[in-house]
Write a protein that binds this ligand. Structure first.
Ligand code: ATP
Ligand code: MG
Length: 521
């Protein structure tokens, strides 16, 4: 062969190589566990969407109903290749396929129509109720708002759970962690909070977004049924990922939830987002990082897991007036092992949030439900957002319960207690009873205020702790029936005016007179 022919062939090979490893185009060199390794694509950016194409350059379409082309997401930039996760049916991606840059960072399509729907990580409907009309798309990752764009938290988000709204109040724009072992009622606290938004006037009712991270499909379905039955799906979106999905999709789910929330927040609305849960999220991230061959750190989690969670939670905000005054409140959930909050992920998330609600297996098993450990739970910013009505009644209950906790420890050692100590313990027990609540029965704040006020004013004096729940139900029903202006006045003014207090004091006396059966001794 003459040298000219060899030269020509060499040139041809070089141009071919160049094409396949250019800036814009790449070729799949391997696919494993939902991750594609792609040669070339030197111009790709982190979190950029890539489009998988058939050999003749046509976009590969995803077989999932309503879904468009099959996309990938760049997660590792290496010297002459990139690693991308396949967002969809990864088995359809084959070695040798062409991949092109889209120039767009990953985003979710959103519009008003997403409310009331169940979507996957990519914002695609999975509830079989047809396409969602969208008007824009929101980037899944974004830089959080700076200090100047924010205003201080000044309005409460009512959970409808007495122990929380009175003593661990949450403000709109706050991040409050719900933490506890398996099966201690974490999800229930979050779901009841969503259900309780039904009790808010329409103009104050937040849009709720529940992000299920790696949960069983059946669990998500029953949760949706619960919300639907309570009429709460009207203002709720569920972002659902199941345990059977690829880890990158679980990893992206809370970011998608936050992005959907930001769409509404930017319109000046209040938004509540539940991340259920970030423990599973951390595990998915660990799994994904191992697949991407990133170096593992403490407890084998990648070193940037803290940064990941702080980036996510930093997106909750109360925006300034100039930016419309919207807010995004986050309720992340963390599962602990045997109450160990000093493990890596729990300590991380505790330090990122503005407070935490501790749920305890011991309390749960003793029948104290919701199993909130009031002594250890805190809300660092919420009390400034509490309504005047709740503020007025919460001081005494806090104090009584704190004293009760001290005495309870002491009680185990001494048998004969003086009369005053006995009364204290008795009062403490009554408050504990008062704070017990059935699931899916959130109480509007004005009812809570009345109920706690009555307890503070001695509605339970002369009766036993066993009677507390029955008397409370009777008293609330009595107000609802015969003195309903008390409720409406508190609801409207959000405080306990002198008039309301006088009316309540009379109501307590009247109720006690009519129900002497409870007050035997
Ligand atoms: P997991 O760790 O499995 O996610 P979880 O901590 O989210 O559990 P839930 O699923 O909310 O806990 O609740 C566990 C069980 O306790 C459920 O069967 C629920 O119905 C019940 N439960 C929760 N709260 C209450 C309550 N206030 N009163 C009675 N039962 C409750
Ligand atoms: Mg749960």
């Amino acid at each position: 062969m003459s040298t000219t022919i060899i030269e020509k062939l060499k040139k041809e090979i070089a141009t071919l190589e160049n094409e396949s490893t250019s800036e814009e185009v790449g070729v799949v060199s391997a696919v494993f566990d939902g991750i594609a390794e792609i040669d070339g694509l030197r111009g790709a950016e982190m979190m950029e969407m890539l489009s998988f194409e058939t050999a003749d350059g046509k976009p590969l379409t995803d077989a999932i109903e309503n879904a468009g082309a099959l996309f990938g997401l760049v997660l590792n930039l290496e010297e002459d290749s990139v690693k991308a996760v396949v967002l969809g049916e990864s088995y359809r991606v084959k070695e040798g396929m062409r991949v092109t840059k889209t120039g767009k960072l990953l985003s979710v399509p959103v519009g008003e129509g997403i409310v009331g729907r169940v979507v996957n990580t990519l914002g695609e409907p999975i509830d079989g109720r047809g396409a969602i009309e969208t008007d824009t798309s929101m980037p899944i990752e974004r830089v959080a708002y700076g200090v100047m764009d924010r205003s201080s938290v000044n309005e409460p988000i009512h959970t409808g759970i007495k122990a929380i709204d009175s003593m661990i109040p949450i403000g709109r724009g706050q991040r409050e962690l719900i933490i506890g072992d398996r099966g201690t009622g974490k999800t229930t606290v979050a779901i009841d909070t969503i259900i309780n938004q039904k009790n808010e006037p329409k103009d104050k009712r937040p849009i709720c977004i529940y992000v299920a991270i790696g949960q069983k499909r059946s669990k998500t379905a029953s949760l949706m049924a619960k919300l639907e039955a309570a009429g709460a799906m009207e203002y709720t979106t569920i972002v659902a990922t199941s345990a059977s999905e690829a880890s990158p999709l679980l990893f992206l789910a809370p970011f998608a939830g936050a992005a959907i929330g930001e769409y509404f927040m930017q319109k000046g609305r209040d938004v509540l987002v539940v991340f259920d849960d970030l423990s599973k999220h951390a595990v998915a991230y660990r799994q994904m990082s191992l697949l991407l061959r990133r170096p593992p750190g403490r407890e084998a989690y990648p070193g940037d897991i803290f940064y990941l969670h702080s980036r996510l939670l930093e997106r909750s905000a109360k925006l300034s007036k100039e930016l419309g005054g919207g807010s995004l409140t986050a309720l992340p959930i963390i599962e602990t092992q045997e109450g160990d909050i000093s493990a890596y992920i729990p300590t991380n998330v505790i330090s990122i949030t503005d407070g935490q609600i501790f749920l305890e297996g011991d309390l749960f098993n003793k029948g104290i439900r919701p199993a909130i450990n009031v002594g250890n739970s805190v809300s660092r910013v919420g009390s400034s957002a509490q309504t005047k009505a709740m503020k007025k009644v919460s001081g005494k209950i806090k104090l009584e319960l704190a004293q009760f906790r001290e005495l309870e420890a002491f009680m185990q050692f001494s048998s004969d207690l003086d009369a005053e100590t006995k009364t204290r313990i008795d009062n403490g027990r009554k408050y504990v009873e008062l704070l017990k609540q059935d699931q899916n029965a959130p109480v509007p704040f004005y009812e809570q205020a009345v109920s706690i006020y009555a307890a503070n004013q001695g509605l339970y004096n002369g009766t036993t702790p066993e009677n507390v729940r029955e008397i409370e139900a009777g008293f609330v029903a009595f107000i609802k029936r015969d003195r309903k202006e008390i409720f409406s006045q508190i609801e409207d003014s959000r405080e306990l005016s002198d008039d309301v207090i006088a009316a309540l004091d009379t109501a307590i006396v009247d109720f006690k007179d009519a129900h002497s059966k409870y007050y035997g001794s």
